[in-house]
Structure formats: C-alpha cells, structure tokens
Design a protein around this ligand. Sequence first.
Ligand SMILES: *Cc1c(COP(=O)(O)O)cnc(C)c1O
Length: 412
Amino acid sequence: MQAQEEKTPQYQHQRYPDQRGRFGEYGGQFIPESLSTAFAELQAAYEEARKDPAFQAELETYLRHYVGRPTPLYYVPRFSKLVAPDVKVYLKREDLAHTGAHKINNALGQALLAKRMGKQRIIAETGAGQHGVATATVCAMLGLECIIYMGSVDIERQSLNVFRMKLLGAEVRSADTGSRTLKDAINEAFRDWVANAESTFYLFGTAAGPHPYPLIVRDFQSVIGTEAREQIQDFEGRLPDMILACVGGGSNAIGIFYPFADASEVKLIGVEAGGRSMEQGEHAATLVAGTPGVLHGAMSYLLQNEDGQVFDTHSISAGLDYPGVGPEHSYMKDSGRATYGAASDATALRGLQELSRTEGIIPALESSHALGYLIEMGQRGEIAPGSLILVNLSGRGDKDMITVAKALNVSL
Ligand SMILES: *Cc1c(COP(=O)(O)O)cnc(C)c1O
C-alpha cells in the first residue's frame, strides 16, 4: 500500500542565518564601519574552521579531557515526584563541566578559533563574572593574553569572580560609563576591538550580538543538546516530550534546543527572569514582555520604551539580568517552535531549595528558574502523565550561596 503523502505542514527550522546574518527578521550586523573588516575576517575564519575536521577534532579533545565532556544526563526520581506523579525528569548536568557551568563550551571554542586566526590577545565582556572566569580559564590553558571588561558596579558586586580572573592571569578593566554594568562593558570591549582588531579576538559570551556571534555561540553550545539527544535515546529509547532551559542571553537554552529543533514533537520551553514582579524595571523577561529592536548590533526582542530607550532590569540571578536576548530565540518565539515564560525570584529560590533537598544537587540560581517553573507547571496540572522531561542544569549553585542566604534571611 502506498504511504499517504499528504501531511500537515512541518515546522522547518532555519538552521543558518541568511545572507544578511538573520534568523527570519532577527539578528543581522548593526556595526560601525570601523569594525566591518574585523567581522568579515571572523566570519570567514569561522566558516573555514567549522568545516575543518582538524579543528573539530582539536575542540573535541579539549572538551573531553579539559572540560570533562560528555556531561551526564541524570534521572532525578525524587524531584520528578515533586513535579507530578508519573513523570520522569532528567537533568543535563552542565554544572559538572569544568568551572561549573556551560559557559566554558563557548569560551573554549572561540579561544581555539582565535588561536587558529593567529590572535594572541583575547578581550571579553562580563556581567556577573561567569563569562570572564570561563574566558580567563581557557586563556590560561592556551597561553593567550586575556583582558576582561566589566562594569565598575559589577566589579564591586562580584569581587570573588574578579579575584578568580586575576588569579587566572587575566587583566580586569573597569567600564565606568552609563550604568557601569554589562551593557557598558560590551561597549568598552567593542571600542577596544576597533582600536586593536589586528592583534585581538573578541570572545563574546552569549548567543546574541552581531552576526556571526549568535551562530558561533549556538554551534559551540550545541554539544549540550547533541549529547542529550543521544543520552535520552539510550536511556528511554525515545525523545523527550519537553525540554526546559533558563534564558538570559540564550546560550545554554539554544545549545540544548537547537539539536531538537527538527523534532517538532519535542516541546521547547525557555524560562526568563520574572524578578520581583512583571512591572517595568523589576524583571528581565525579554521575550515575554519585550518588543523587537536593536541592541548590541542585532535586531531582537528587547526591553525598551517606544523611543527605544532600554529599561533597567532586575533578577536575583546576575546571569539572567540582561535586557536583550539572542536572535534565534526571537525567531523561535515568533514561529511558535519554542515558547517562553517567566519565573519570579521566589519561584527560582524554591526550585533551588527543592532540587537541593530532594536530590543533593545545588543548582545555579539561573538554572533554578527552569526548575521552579517546572514545579509550577506541575501544580497547575499542565504536565501530562507519563511525560518525559529534560531540564538543562546550566550551572552549579556554589557561587550563589551568599545571595540565597540573604534572600532567605539567613545571616552567615
Ligand atoms: C551565564 C549563565 C546563564 C545565562 O546565560 P545564557 O547565555 O542565557 O545561557 C545561565 N546559567 C548559568 C549557570 C550562567 O552562568
């Protein structure tokens, strides 16, 4: 018998940015003329590296022996029971990667690309300091000069990470303009790049910014989803029904989503920082509450007013405290391939406490947004019995203990 050829139209994910560097209408390259050569050079070098088996083999070797990949996919039975009866939750354990989070996957990939391009000087921006630490780590390992731009307000707030970066041999430069936080650090890093493009590689920290960074970061983080897809097939013999990940700039989420993009039966849910409330300035839920606009060289959803003025943001987790988001997520939101929700500070705290108590795993506050959101979905009866669920545990919570103690009114 002939198979029925008539099918409902399948979702087709646009896998690569188009000629203008865009996923649908999002992304692109809104950059000053002075950086066009540097971006063209980066794009060409990355295209070559991506197709070069020697580069991929070198990356794989370091991922295995330095980062500790593959990270485990781990079934959490006691946490599952708390979410809903008869569901199975697995965690992708990026918290077990070297330096305790997924950021090292991208930092390593870009540092190897820099080395291949003959660039000995690495610059990067950092907000909470996590990307700065990951960058300083791989630069130390590869013997590259490392300069980290950080807002002066963040330098004060994140003194432990500043110390880590210095210990790893990096120079930390203070950005003293504007709000003196992440946005300003990014601006300073671009300024440095304009002046030193010949010798310098700008190692960007999340799946945002001008093309080709969203693509580069997505590709280097996709190792998360590629491994997870194989692991869940091994354990369960099928794909999950649902995948959750927290979304700041969007790198850990796109890293686990992308390798499942073609499997339309797998629901993809990004969880943003709902902060103290959904009032303007009290959260960082860009895809939930924002509108399209241009920030840091790309078109994407953005927390802004009608005049394009960017709002202040708040989140209990510094890693989610960003008013923009990567363009591929904006594209996935509009196409309906992924959905996005917000978890409040309190919800994230609850997620952190519940996973700690039920499974002996203290998650990062960022990842805890996805955990808390899942618990609340269960409480609302939104999870079908028999569901197989994957949560990307983007990092470990050690770095957040002082913040958590304060939020719980515990004095240390
Ligand atoms: C930086 C960070 C995030 C947020 O960044 P994305 O680019 O959205 O992944 C999430 N989790 C942890 C542990 C982080 O350090």
